[in-house]
Design a protein around this ligand. Structure first.
Ligand code: G6P
Length: 474
């Protein structure tokens, strides 16, 4: 079995248990095959130049991390990745802040990653690149002569062509992606959008009769003309059995009991998101307030707990959003709160996985209403955490990747429609147990069919199809 090399901007800390299912699954694949996980250390070295690669062996896995300079972080991470690609892929052209200097910095840092990685790669290694920070990495590796199988997986949405093609270097990025052998997306819809972008730019076309195979068009630069690669959807899953176990255990711990007591029999509605403008937080807060205004019989009988760790501080939109959401939460509490009841508990701290699992299990409703989201694993974790005998209800945005799998097992909403959110909350809090069981069973079945381990295995099988053993004549 080939070694695996994983490259991602963030690398989980080897000293801590991995926080999410993705890290667990990727680590399991690395443990099985042996290999390297390379990325940014999460730190700045302050200097003009990035720091050296620091390697650390943990059994069969080598973690290889590099500090980046302040300039790299400003141009590559805050600049092109998070002020151009992130809003663009989430359909927020209005928030993209394109600067050539940042785009150059983005390519420069990708080249630095390639230069660091190339000497560590052996000829049979599989290389798996993750997410929008590292779109041109494969082409940089090819430029350095690597002929390995290279896969790229995008964790966020790929937008419709009319949105994507507003990017001044749209074609350059698409061409760079043709250096991969496999390009994976969260949903069929993203994969289709990507195919349309290739076609509209005249860069590559699907090969008739060969599912998901594209061929770079004639007339493209010589080194890629005619090259074939595969495009597909690989919806990421979770380890739902493990998460369900964690949730069952979590509700028994004393801190969780105390939390339950603090609710005093009220129904709990929960939201958990990074503080990000893609998550639809203002619309959600307004939707909840409208629910209370339209259904005063629920005043004093529900609590909305919104857990929203701060993210990407320093990028202007995130700082503005922080103020807006805090204001809206304060407004609802001020307008509708009573001396012995507060309608919203809003916090900007991150909570551990165990605590979250316990909260999900206690919550009668989860509000997962992003305006756009690649997948959204909170939706999946919430479903996994439920007691199948008395489950809660997921209110899910139709624009989250998770809606493709969980749509029929949840209450789907248009996250821009605050009244629809209010109505869905009203429906969820008064839904009879049997109906809740029915919806939960549909969603839970979907989860059981696609674990994060399946996701990882499917992707790697398609990146390097297992060798078929030639039949030997008897
Ligand atoms: C999204 C991206 C990840 C990213 C995470 C946190 O889930 O797909 O690649 O790591 O957000 O954002 P941050 O900027 O803190 O890494």
């Amino acid at each position: 079995m080939s070694r695996l090399i994983v490259v991602s901007n963030r690398v989980p800390n080897p000293d801590r248990p991995p926080a999410g299912g993705l890290a667990v699954a990727v680590r399991a694949a690395l443990n099985e095959r042996g290999g390297i996980w390379l990325g940014w250390s999460g730190k700045s070295c302050g200097e003009e130049e990035p720091g050296p690669l620091v390697r650390r062996e943990e059994g069969p896995i080598t973690y290889a991390l590099t500090d980046l300079s302040d300039r790299d972080l400003s141009e590559y991470y805050q600049g092109f990745a998070n002020s151009v690609l992130w809003p663009l892929c989430h359909y927020r052209i209005d928030l993209t802040d394109y600067a050539r200097r940042d785009a150059r910095g983005y390519f420069r840092v990708n080249r630095i990653f390639a230069e660091r990685l190339a000497p560590l790669v052996q000829p049979d290694d599989l290389i798996w690149i993750h997410d929008y920070h590292l779109i041109p990495l494969a082409s940089e590796l090819r430029r350095m002569g690597l002929r390995n199988r290279i896969g790229f997986f995008l964790h966020i949405p790929w937008p419709a062509p009319d949105v994507y093609l507003t990017l001044p270097i749209s074609e350059m990025l698409l061409r760079a992606m043709t250096a991969c052998d496999l390009i994976g997306f969260q949903t069929e819809f993203d994969a289709e959008n990507f195919g349309l972008c290739l076609k509209r730019s005249g860069i590559a076309l699907p090969v008739p009769g060969e599912d998901g195979i594209y061929q770079v068009s004639d007339g493209m630069p010589e080194e890629i003309s005619g090259r074939r690669f595969k495009v597909g959807a690989f919806p990421i899953g979770i380890d739902s059995e493990a998460f369900a176990r964690t949730a069952r255990n979590a509700v028994r711990n004393p801190a969780m009991r105390k939390f339950r007591e603090s609710l005093g029999g009220q129904q709990l509605i929960v939201g958990v998101d990074r503080l990000d403008y893609t998550k639809g937080l203002p619309q959600r807060m307004n939707g909840y307030r409208r629910f209370l205004e339209a259904n005063p019989n629920w005043l004093g009988r529900v609590t909305f707990l919104q857990i929203t760790p701060k993210s990407r501080s320093g990028v202007a939109e995130y700082d503005a959003l922080q103020r807006e959401v805090a204001e809206l939460a304060g407004h609802t509490a001020g307008a509708l709160g009573q001396i012995d009841w507060t309608p919203v508990r809003y916090m900007n701290r991150a909570l551990g996985h165990h605590v979250l699992a316990g909260i999900y299990r206690m919550a009668r409703v989860a509000l997962v209403t992003p305006l756009r989201d690649g997948m959204n694993l909170v939706a999946k974790e919430y479903v996994a955490a439920q007691d199948p005998e008395d489950p809660g209800i997921l209110i899910l945005s139709r624009f989250a990747g998770a809606a493709y799998e969980l749509g029929r097992g949840s209450l789907l909403v248009n996250p821009y429609d605050e009244e629809a959110i209010a109505n869905a909350i009203a429906q969820a809090v008064s839904m009879p147990r049997e109906k809740r069981q029915e919806l939960h069973a549909i969603a839970a079945e979907k989860l059981s069919k696609n674990s994060v381990f399946d996701w990882c295995a499917d992707y790697l099988d398609q990146l390097a199809p297992p060798q078929t053993v030639a039949e030997t004549p008897a």
